[in-house]
Design a protein around this ligand. Structure first.
Ligand SMILES: O=c1ccn([C@@H]2O[C@H](COP(=O)(O)O)[C@@H](O)[C@H]2O)c(=O)[nH]1
Length: 266
């Protein structure tokens, strides 16, 4: 079946994504309780103990809430860079040495036929990363929790077939919303979260030959709506002269309260 994935949950209430090939299966982040992750995996017919490892993007609780419990229960290796390990150790509890794996930022590793590339992103965590997954000539890129898309990140994301891209908020809804000003400023800043417009602008530079689907992710439940996110991204694309046919490219949805269907990347 080749490279495939399901976003189990997306948003500030918890993030987790499964990426699989016929020979490897990994989880990216465990932002819900270990019990809930097991339940969602079962829904997608995956057993926790069949995973080959967990890849951590950063230490914020919506990405590591259930990490310790889940990894210990299934004796799974956890991959993160050294500074992220340092930042999360006190919250995830004791992890046996054999499960602690250091994956430096901007490095590449392979598990069976799955190639995993970590890349640095701009977010207010200690050393946050995104991941690209490649197998069978297909590329899936996960890009959430980033304040802006740097040229380096843009190069990393090139030639993706499918992307999971942050579209956190509508700027006007956020400005008018109830969050305190310091949190609004954080979200809007260079180490915060991508707005719908910023996601659209990034896509203008990424909508090349190979990109077929983009899953809008990490939507705020306070300051966004999926239809508004899609409309804004499409408007930015059209304003910049990017028009596409429905059979060429699609914007897809992720959810905070249910998994996406399996998507076979290519
Ligand atoms: O009271 C709050 C609410 C949210 N945050 C952080 O803001 C961003 C965006 O949150 P959304 O739920 O997507 O609106 C996220 O990093 C939250 O953790 C906060 O710090 N305090």
């Amino acid at each position: 079946m080749g490279l495939r994935f399901t976003v189990l949950s997306s948003g500030s209430t918890g993030n987790a994504t499964v990426v699989s090939t016929d020979s490897a299966s990994v989880l990216v982040d465990v932002g819900l309780s270990g019990k809930k992750i097991d339940e969602l995996l079962r829904e997608r017919e995956i057993a926790g103990q069949d995973l080959d490892g967990i890849f951590v993007t950063h230490e914020h609780s919506d990405h590591i809430k259930g990490l310790g419990a889940f990894a210990r229960r299934h004796r799974l290796p956890i991959y993160a860079n050294e500074r992220t390990w340092g930042a999360m150790l006190r919250t995830i509890g004791e992890i046996p040495d054999e499960q602690r794996k250091i994956l430096p930022t901007d490095s590449v590793m392979e598990i069976a036929d799955l190639r995993i590339e970590s890349y640095a992103i701009s977010h207010d965590a200690i050393e946050p990363v995104g991941y690209c997954f490649l197998a069978d000539g297909a590329k899936l890129s996960l890009a959430t929790d980033l304040g802006y898309v740097s040229d380096k990140v843009m190069r990393q994301l090139q030639n993706s077939d499918v992307m999971v891209l942050e579209s956190n908020h509508d700027v006007d809804m956020l400005r008018m919303g109830r969050y305190p000003w310091n949190i609004k400023r954080r979200i809007l800043g260079d180490t915060g979260h991508l707005s719908n417009e910023a996601a659209g602008e990034a896509l203008c530079r990424l909508l090349t030959g190979s990109l077929r689907r983009v899953y809008l992710a990490h939507l705020s439940q306070e300051h966004n709506l999926m239809d508004l996110a899609k409309l804004t991204v499409n408007t930015v694309l059209e304003d910049n002269g990017y028009f596409y046919q429905k059979d060429e490219f699609a914007l897809c949805e992720t959810y905070h309260d249910r998994p996406t269907l399996w998507d076979v990347v290519k």
